[in-house]
Design a protein. Structure first.
Length: 365
C-alpha cells in the first residue's frame, strides 16, 4: 500500500475535547488488498488516538497541553505496511474570568468605556487578541482599543443590543462573553418653573409640576427636590409627585432644584429661586378716651375774694399739701407734687382748671 493523501496536522485541540479525522483516501493499494489501519501516539498523556472499527476515521482525544505525533499504519493481507504521521498540538484555551456587567440607561449620543482588565484568563500565558461585535449597530456601536485595555460602546438609538466579546489565543482557541446595553432617551425639562418673589415668612405655597418634565419613552418619572438653604425655604414633594410644597422660614433667598429620574437612572433637573419676605405686621389699634371734666364750685365771699379769680382753687379737689393753696399761699410746690397733680388729673381726681393753676404756681415759685 501507499500513502495517497497526507493527514493534516491538528493545531489547538483543546484539553478535554476530541476530534475525528477521516481516513478516506489516505491509503491506496493497487492490488486492491483489504487494509488494516492502526494508529499510535507519541505521548498518550498529551493526545490519545483510536481507530474506528470500519477504518473510516480515527479519533484524537486531547489530554493535556503539549504536542504529540500520531502515526497511522496501513497493513495489507501480505503484511506489507505503509505509515503516515501528523502532529496534534493540545492547547489550554482562554477562559472568562470576570463577566462584563450589563449596561442600563446609556443615553442616546453618549459613549461609555468598559475595562477589559481581568475579563479573560489564559493559563498558557498566550497573548490574547480581543474582538467585539454588536447585535445591532443601529442601536449600539462597539470598538476595542488598540491595546485591548477597554472597549467603547456608543448609543445610537433607543433599544437594546447584545455586545459579544471574543478572546483568541495564539493557537486560535477562543472564548466569548456577552453583555447587553440598553439605550435610553433621558427625560427633559419641558416647562421651567418661574421664580417666586413673594413667599411670606410662616406661609406655604404649592407649585404644580404638571408639564414641567417630559419623557419621550413614556417612562414613569420619580421626582425629588432640594433647597440650597433649608433655614430660609424648605421644600417637599407631594406623594403623587404632582406638586412641590414650599415653606418660608425666614426672610432671604434660596434656590430650589427639582430632578426627574426615569427607571433607567437618566435625569433632568430644573432650578428656580424663592424669595421669602417678612410677614406683614398686624395693624395697630388706637383707643381714644373721652374725659369729662369734673365740675368745680368756687364761690368766694366778699371777705375771701381778693380779686384774683385765676388763682382761687377748690380746696377739696387739690392734691395733698395743696388743699389750702391760693395766690396768697407762699408755700412752694416741688416737682414731685406737680407730677402727682398731673397723675390725679389723668385719673379725673382734679379738673383741668385746677391742674393749670398748680402748674402756674409751680412756675411762679
Amino acid at each position: 500500500p501507499t500513502v495517497a493523501r497526507a493527514i493534516a496536522n491538528i493545531n489547538a485541540l483543546e484539553v478535554g475535547t476530541t476530534r475525528d479525522t477521516s481516513l478516506s483516501g489516505v491509503f491506496n493499494d493497487t492490488d486492491a488488498d483489504p487494509l488494516t489501519i492502526t494508529a499510535r501516539s507519541s505521548d498518550d498523556s498529551v493526545a490519545a488516538v483510536s481507530v474506528a472499527a470500519d477504518y473510516s476515521h480515527l479519533t484524537v482525544a486531547a489530554q493535556s497541553r503539549g504536542t504529540a505525533t500520531i502515526t497511522v499504519t496501513a497493513t495489507d493481507t501480505n503484511s506489507s505496511t505503509v505509515e503516515t504521521a501528523f502532529t496534534v498540538k493540545v492547547n489550554t484555551p482562554p477562559t472568562v474570568a470576570s463577566p462584563i456587567a450589563n449596561i442600563s440607561g446609556l443615553e442616546v449620543g453618549t459613549s461609555r468605556d468598559v475595562s477589559l482588565s481581568g475579563v479573560f484568563n489564559d493559563t498558557d500565558a498566550d497573548t490574547l487578541t480581543i474582538t467585539a461585535r454588536s447585535s445591532d449597530d443601529n442601536v449600539v456601536a462597539v470598538s476595542v482599543a488598540a491595546d485591548y485595555s477597554h472597549l467603547t460602546v456608543t448609543a445610537q438609538a433607543r433599544g437594546t443590543a447584545t455586545i459579544t466579546v471574543t478572546a483568541t489565543d495564539t493557537n486560535s482557541s477562543t472564548v466569548e462573553t456577552a453583555f447587553t446595553v440598553k439605550v435610553n432617551t433621558p427625560p427633559t425639562v419641558a416647562r421651567a418653573i418661574a421664580d417666586i418673589r413673594d413667599l411670606k415668612v410662616g406661609t406655604s405655597r404649592d407649585v404644580s409640576l404638571s408639564g414641567v418634565f417630559n419623557d419621550t419613552d413614556g417612562d414613569t418619572l420619580t421626582i425629588r427636590a432640594s433647597s440650597s438653604n433649608h433655614a430660609r425655604v424648605t421644600v417637599a414633594v407631594a406623594p403623587d409627585d404632582s406638586k412641590l410644597i414650599l415653606s418660608g422660614v425666614v426672610a432671604g433667598t434660596a434656590t430650589i432644584t427639582v430632578t426627574a429620574q426615569d427607571p433607567n437612572g437618566s435625569t433632568a433637573s430644573d432650578t428656580f429661586k424663592v424669595a421669602v419676605i417678612p410677614a406683614p405686621k398686624p395693624p395697630t389699634t388706637t383707643t381714644t378716651t373721652t374725659r369729662t371734666p369734673t365740675p368745680t364750685t368756687n364761690t368766694p365771699t366778699e371777705s375771701e375774694d381778693d380779686g384774683d379769680d385765676e388763682n382761687d382753687q377748690d380746696a377739696s379737689a387739690l392734691p395733698d399739701g395743696l388743699d389750702e393753696y391760693d395766690t396768697n399761699n407762699n408755700s412752694n410746690i416741688d416737682l414731685k407734687e406737680l407730677l402727682q397733680a398731673a397723675q390725679d388729673y389723668q385719673n379725673n381726681k382734679i379738673s383741668q382748671q385746677h391742674l393749670l393753676a398748680i402748674i402756674r404756681h409751680y412756675l411762679n415759685n
